[in-house]
Structure formats: C-alpha cells, structure tokens
Design a protein around this ligand. Sequence first.
Ligand SMILES: [Ca+2]
Length: 339
Amino acid sequence: MLAVPLAASACPAIIFDTDYRSDCDDVGALAMVHALQDTGKVTLLGAIATTTGPHVVGAIDAVNTHYGRPDLPIGVVAPEEGLNTTLNSDDFASTLANPQNFVSHQTNATAPASTALYRRLLHAAPDRSITIVVVGGQTAIHRLLISGADHDGDAIPRTGQQLVAAKVRELVIMGGHFTDPGFAEFNICLDLKAAQHIAREWPGRVIYTGFEIGEEIRTGAALTHPETNPVARAYERYCGTTGGAGVIGDRQSWDQTAVLIAAVGDKWNGRTLWKISPPQAIEFDEIGRALITPSTTGNRHFIIQSDPLMKHTEIAAIISELMTAAPKTPGPRPLQQSR
Ligand SMILES: [Ca+2]
C-alpha cells in the first residue's frame, strides 16, 4: 500500500480532548503535550473532558499546574440522557484532584461547557491553525460540529461546521481498529453516533490512530516520584488496579500515539515513526467496526505500523522520554501532602 507523506506544521496549536478517567494513558498523553510545548514543538490552547466524573477537571488541572500552566481553560461535556459520560472507575482522578496531593484551582463546577469553549477557542484562532487531538469519545467534537450560529448567545456568527472548516487544520483521533475488521474499538463505542457522524461529516482531514498502533507500545514504568508528580501518581493508581498494588507500571500507549502524530507527523528526528495510509472513506458500522474504502477524493487516513523500520520499543523510548521530562517551569506543590 502506498503511503502519503505527513508534514507537521512548525508548531501546532493543540486542543486536547480526553476521557481522562478511564485509563492512565490519557494522563501520559497530556504530559507529552506539555513536554512538547516546553521544547517549542506545540502550543496547548486548552483541554476538553468528555467524561463527567466529579473530579475530571481538577485532575486535568493538576497536571497542567504541575507543568506551570494553571490558567489553561478546561471544558467539560454536560451529561445527556442515554450517553455514558460517567465511566465506572475512578482510578486516579479523585487522587489527582485532591488538593492535599496536588495543586489545582479549576473544578467541574467552574468549567465552561465543552461546546462553548471549543467555539471560543476556534473563533479566536487564525484560519487553519488548530489541531484537535481526541483521545476519548467524540461527544464534544460532535456537539461542536452541530452547534448553531450564536450558540447559547455567544455572539459568534459561524456555525460549528463553519468554524471547523475555517479554523481546524487537522483532526487526530485515537479510535478504531484498522487491521482487524471485526474489532469494535472502545473510544468509537463510547459515543458511536458521534463517531459515525464525525467520520461522515467532518469538513477536513482526519487521521485515525487505531487500537493496534498503541497496543504494543508500553510506557509508564519509567515515571518516578508519585508524591510530587501527578502523572506518576496516575500510573501508580491505575497500574495498582491492573498490575501490582501501588506499583508504577507500564501501560499501552494508545493516546500518546495521537499526540505524537499531531505534534510531529510521521517523523521524529528524521526517522519514520509509522506510515499514513492513502486517502480513504472511513465509516463505522452499527456496532463500531471500521469500514475502510480507498478513495482518491477522501481525506480520512489511518496509521500503519512501520515496524521493523521503527520498532515498538524505539517509539516507546521517545514517548517515555517525553512523559518523564521535568517541567521547564514547575508549578507549585501543595503545602501539606497526604503521603
Ligand atoms: Ca483515552
């Protein structure tokens, strides 16, 4: 299969859209965004939480604050009947949002609605400047896309569709499975109707990094100091429930692959990380399986593993280095810590 080159812009302006309490790879991915900003590779404009667990905004803010960026806006989706936005587990969010453990100031109660924040950030941005990275369900981008002009009286004259067409350069989604046609992937199924709509209607290029890409890339065990680093603490809490209690362990790196693609495309220091598929038409069927049809006029793509050109362990080393990089300008620590 021929692959197409993927040129990253010099310094993408990123909105990070996350289901930040179902798995610790979201926390690792957010840490990567901050580390990439510390080295001038991206600019983080804000975060969107697609889960409505009571501590999710505080838990995102704790990591932003750890990296010295406490003022980044965080939007949250409002719950809706029939939509599973409150996930079953709360492995790390309450721990990260606890002010005895880490400093944070924003909460679910103070956070703007996801659609309001998306529209405000897009409206204020230069044309074709924004890269959206979605590492959870697609509820928030769906609501953005179908929002009307002057949504909730925001005085922004464009519809969501018009804003996206004008302002968004690229959408990178962790979701789907592109080598197993029978696999209905978790993020797609979190809000299947949204994922189907985005695949059909998003007015620009979409790159999917499938389950199979991050599955073999294991990171996390190199994190240290969970008493002061909320990223390490999340991995300790999460891997404590899936591995050994209280142990910082490795975890699959699904969400981190989306951040790496958004930041640097298909190359890292001149080496090819993975291949990008030729243009496709991509849909998701009634249970969430990806349907792929080559299309010369399509603008959907998926990631193809380039191993052995770049081994999983080599990509893991790149991600791990970013996840464990010390903040350039560390934020404050709590006066009294509970451990
Ligand atoms: Ca996720």
